[in-house]
Design a binder for this molecule. Structure first.
Ligand SMILES: [Fe+2]
Length: 260
């Protein structure tokens, strides 16, 4: 499978279009980090399909995508590249991402590595503190993707397992994340993070790495904040002259900072 180029997404993140109505976004920002949770990335039908495919899948060791240091902290299971339902699951997740405007404005994705799927349960139940590898090789070895942004999409509801909190550390401390099934957290790949031991039940999720058009997390954060503020301004003021000019500033900053 090739790197997934996100060519159409940029059309959807236009900050002059209030497309985020109805999307729940919680973001916690600091000077260099930004965590964003996005509810209902998957429709109920997609979630049901994905859970059915995952329940019929065989799991392998999670060591396959960990670097030498991360491998020491990693004790979970993962779908192997040869897993029967992996292509369908990847298509399902990427289709959902492609229609999610909030995801695009938060991550500004240029390339998305094919999503991976993992399970924490039984004796394979934790992933200690680690930083994600900077460069990720495509599963077929054809190319590298620089991991700027990481994301976790949950397939298990919080009441289906004990423990398993994803903790992400930034300069303002640690943030615990445990979302309902179908929801996703997006965070900088530069952060240190862990998944605490799952002490009962099963935690199934999808994890992703992507190269952003804007490499620097601080610049991405400023663009995201500006985009969100512009949306609010448009709702209250319409396309007034100052709003049009500020929108121009957004694009001129993006023009200055983005690679494509
Ligand atoms: Fe990680």
């Amino acid at each position: 499978m090739n790197v997934i180029p996100v060519k159409t997404g940029i059309q959807k993140l236009a900050p002059w279009t209030p497309v985020f109505t109805g999307v729940t976004a919680n973001h916690f920002t600091s000077e260099s980090a930004m965590l964003i949770t996005i509810d209902d990335v998957l429709t109920p039908a997609e979630l049901s399909t994905a859970k059915s495919l995952l329940a019929r899948s065989s799991w392998s060791s999670g060591q396959q995508t960990a670097g030498p240091q991360a491998a020491q902290a990693k004790n979970n299971e993962q779908l192997a590249e040869s897993a029967e339902h992996l292509p369908a699951l990847r298509r399902l997740v990427l289709t959902a991402l492609n229609r999610n405007a909030l995801f695009f404005t938060a991550a500004l994705p240029l390339k998305i590595l094919p999503p991976f799927f993992n399970r924490y349960a039984g004796d394979s139940n934790y992933y200690g503190f680690h930083t994600d590898n900077a460069m990720r090789q495509m599963p077929d070895g054809s190319a590298y993707v620089r991991a700027d942004v990481s994301a976790t999409l949950f397939f298990s509801d919080p009441d289906e397992y004990e423990g398993g909190v994803l903790t992400i550390e930034d300069t303002f401390g640690k943030h615990g994340v445990k979302l309902k099934a179908g929801s996703m957290v997006v965070y900088p790949s530069t952060s240190i993070h862990e998944v605490a031991p799952v002490t009962s039940g099963e935690r199934v999720a999808c994890f992703m790495f992507m190269q952003s058009m804007v490499r620097d997390p601080g610049q991405r954060r400023m663009l995201f904040d500006m985009d969100m503020a512009l949306l609010q301004l448009r709702e209250t003021q319409g396309d007034s002259d100052p709003v049009v000019r500020l929108t121009g500033c957004y694009h001129n900053l993006l023009r200055r900072w983005a690679d494509a």
